[in-house]
Design a binder for this molecule. Structure first.
Ligand code: 13P
Length: 344
């Protein structure tokens, strides 16, 4: 491993900073835009993301890196400045989603279980992305808890793909974000927190075994896990301090201390829930890695709503984004509280 990979990984999880996941695929961003009644076009997607990347203080002080979608890493702002240059000027490292999505996994549960694709041609695509400025990448694997799932086959297939992706990234001088997500939302989210713990532990253990087999340098990667939390449809929801305690316990049992940082996904938690849980995890203390955020929805939902697709609302959207980024920055330091949340 070159010195550089470890430096990039360390910068991605710098104290009080986290990652903005703005890599929604065209299908996903359309869903987000539908929720505010805005048509998803190349221009509207650019305007929205340009608004976020130009959110001065919000970007500069609290965001270490931004995960982009293929379209965005090639896109120019309205004034023709490449969007990548705008985020670099704000001190953010450009990243890129490189998987091509989760597809039904052939086998006993093809309607429930999925496997992430995108390994074919990945070496060549990574070389192009590096030229375009990307210094880290993301690959998301999805594990679904339901009656009879996850199967060992599904966990193994996804963990193996994650490791092959991570090794290819490091070969290309790109830091891999390794994201095994045990879902907390969707139609099969009836499981309680203990079941989430069990499956998250099983998944993470398998992922690190595969990373070892693929000789991935742990110092040059970032883990992006789910928190250990009850499914959205479970009647018995755990308290935030229990989420924090079990999440940290699970990570300590599975993640080697050579990994520099862990950046959580929000996974369907409300904005404030994602912030509070992260802060509580950090308050426990004693962890060998940095613990921060790599949120999509929980960083963007308020900004998306405030913007509403109107150019006159850009400043309001940026204020909403900066507030969430600042709250999550405090949480990454274990210093968030309700008073600061409401003081904005
Ligand atoms: P959420 O925070 O909305 O779960 O998105 C993070 C992400 O990048 C999922 O791959």
């Amino acid at each position: 491993m070159t010195e550089k990979l470890a430096d990039i990984a360390a910068a991605m999880v710098a104290p009080g900073k986290g990652i903005l996941a703005a890599d929604e695929s065209s299908g996903t961003i359309k869903k987000r835009f539908d929720s505010i009644g805005v048509a998803s076009t190349e221009d509207s997607r650019r305007d929205y993301r340009e608004m976020l990347f130009r959110a001065g203080e919000g970007m500069k002080n609290y965001v270490s890196g931004v995960i982009l979608y293929d379209e965005t890493i090639r896109q120019k702002a309205k004034d023709s400045t490449p969007l990548v240059d705008i985020m670099k000027a704000a001190g953010s490292i450009p990243g890129i989603k490189v998987d091509t999505g989760a597809k039904p996994l052939a086998g006993p549960h093809p309607k429930v279980e999925v496997v992430t694709e995108g390994l074919d041609g990945l070496r060549e695509r990574l070389a192009v992305y590096h030229k375009l400025g990307a210094r880290f990448a993301k690959w998301r694997a999805v594990i679904t808890i339901s009656e009879g799932t996850p199967t060992w086959n599904c966990i193994k297939a996804n963990a193996h793909a994650l490791a092959r992706y991570a090794a290819l990234c490091q070969e290309a001088s790109i830091v891999p974000i390794v994201e095994p997500e045990v879902l907390m939302d969707g139609p099969y989210s009836h499981h309680d927190i203990d079941r989430c713990y069990e499956v998250t532990e099983w998944t993470q253990r398998t992922v690190f075994r595969e990373l070892y087999d693929a000789r991935v340098a742990l110092e040059g990667m970032v883990l992006k896990p789910n928190m250990v939390i009850a499914g959205q449809k479970c009647a018995k929801q755990a308290k935030p301090d229990q989420v924090a305690e079990l999440t940290l316990k699970c990570l300590k049992a599975t993640v080697p201390s050579a990994v520099p940082g862990i950046a959580f996904l929000s996974g369907g938690q409300s904005d404030e829930q994602a912030t509070e849980n992260l802060s509580l995890i950090n308050q426990i203390g004693g962890a060998p890695w940095r613990l921060t955020f790599s949120y999509g929805r929980a960083l963007q939902a308020a900004a998306l709503k405030a913007w509403g697709g109107k150019s006159e609302n850009v400043a309001a959207g940026q204020r909403a984004f900066t507030h969430r980024a600042r709250m999550n920055s405090l949480a990454a330091l274990g210093k968030w509280n309700v008073q600061q949340e409401k003081a904005a």
